[in-house]
Unconditional design. Structure first.
Length: 254
C-alpha cells in the first residue's frame, strides 16, 4: 500500500513514516525537501499518484491564531481536493484532545477549523485527537528558555509518546476508509510543569522552571482538565517515566 505523510518530518510525522515502512508499506513524505509545497499545488498531484491514504500531521509555521487557521484551512482543503482528483481513498487527520473545550485559545480554534474543513471534502476522514506528546514538556522548555530560566504553563494532561501515536496513525491509514473520530492518550495523567523539571534533571541540565498560570478561561480550562481524554480513549504506552529511559527522550535539545 502507498501512503503519503504530510508533515512527515515533524514530531509525530516521522514516527508515522517509520511505522508505515516497518509494516511493509511504501511511504511518500509530502514536504518542500521532496519537492512538494502543501501551501500550493506544486508537485502534490504527482506525489499522490498511486497513494491510497494520506496522514495529515502538519504544523503551521507559527502558532499565531490567524496564521495557523489560514494554514490549516488551506492545507486541509488542498489535500482533500488534490487527493480526490488523484484517486486517494482516505485522509487521516492528527488533531488534539480537548480543542473544543478550551475557550479563547486561537491555535485550538484553528485546529477545530482544520477538522471541519477536512470533513467537508469528498474523501473519507478519520480524525485522531491525541493528548500532548511526552516530548511536549521539553519542547516548551526549549522554546521559552532564556539562559538558565524557562516558563511552562500549568496544565493537566495525559501525555502520549509520539512514537506510539505514530504507530496508531500508521495503523489507521492502512485500514478501510471510515468517517470517524477517536482519542489517543498515554497511560497516566501528569503535571506538565513536573514533567519539564523531570526531563531537565534527566539531561543533567541546570534550568529553573517557573510555572505559568495562564489567565482567564483558557488558563482555567488547562488547569481544570479540559485536555484530558474521554473515557473511551485509546490508551497506549509507555508511561512518561518509562519513556525517559528510551532514546526518544533525548529530543528536543535543551
Amino acid at each position: 500500500m502507498r501512503i503519503a505523510v504530510a508533515g512527515g518530518t515533524g514530531t509525530a510525522g516521522r514516527y508515522v513514516v517509520g511505522a508505515t515502512k516497518a509494516a511493509g508499506h511504501e511511504v511518500v513524505v509530502l514536504s518542500r525537501a521532496a519537492g512538494v509545497d502543501l501551501t500550493g499545488d506544486d508537485g502534490l498531484e504527482e506525489a499522490l499518484a498511486g497513494v491510497e491514504a494520506i496522514v495529515d500531521a502538519t504544523s503551521p509555521p507559527s502558532t499565531r491564531a490567524s496564521t495557523a487557521q489560514s494554514f490549516f484551512e488551506d492545507v486541509a482543503a488542498r489535500l482533500q481536493r488534490v487527493g480526490h482528483r488523484s484517486g486517494v481513498q482516505r485522509l487521516v487527520v492528527l488533531s488534539i484532545v480537548g480543542i473544543d473545550r478550551v475557550p479563547g485559545f486561537g491555535y485550538y480554534a484553528a485546529k477545530v477549523r482544520q477538522e471541519a474543513v477536512a470533513r467537508d471534502g469528498p474523501l473519507s476522514v478519520t480524525t485522531v485527537r491525541a493528548t500532548q506528546f511526552h516530548e511536549f514538556a521539553a519542547q516548551v522548555v526549549a522554546q521559552t528558555r532564556k539562559g538558565s530560566f524557562a516558563v511552562v504553563p500549568v496544565m493537566r494532561s495525559q501525555p502520549v509518546a509520539a512514537r506510539a501515536l505514530g504507530e496508531v496513525l500508521a495503523d489507521v491509514a492502512t485500514r478501510p476508509p471510515q468517517d470517524a473520530m477517536f482519542e489517543v492518550a498515554g497511560p497516566r495523567e501528569e503535571d506538565i510543569v513536573a514533567l519539564a523539571r523531570t526531563v531537565i534533571r534527566s539531561r543533567g541540565r541546570r534550568i529553573m522552571v517557573s510555572p505559568l498560570h495562564l489567565p482567564g478561561a483558557t488558563g482555567r480550562a488547562f488547569r481544570d482538565g479540559a485536555l484530558l481524554p474521554d473515557a473511551g480513549a485509546r490508551i497506549v504506552g509507555p508511561a512518561y517515566s518509562d519513556w525517559l529511559a528510551t532514546a526518544d527522550s533525548a529530543w528536543p535539545p535543551l
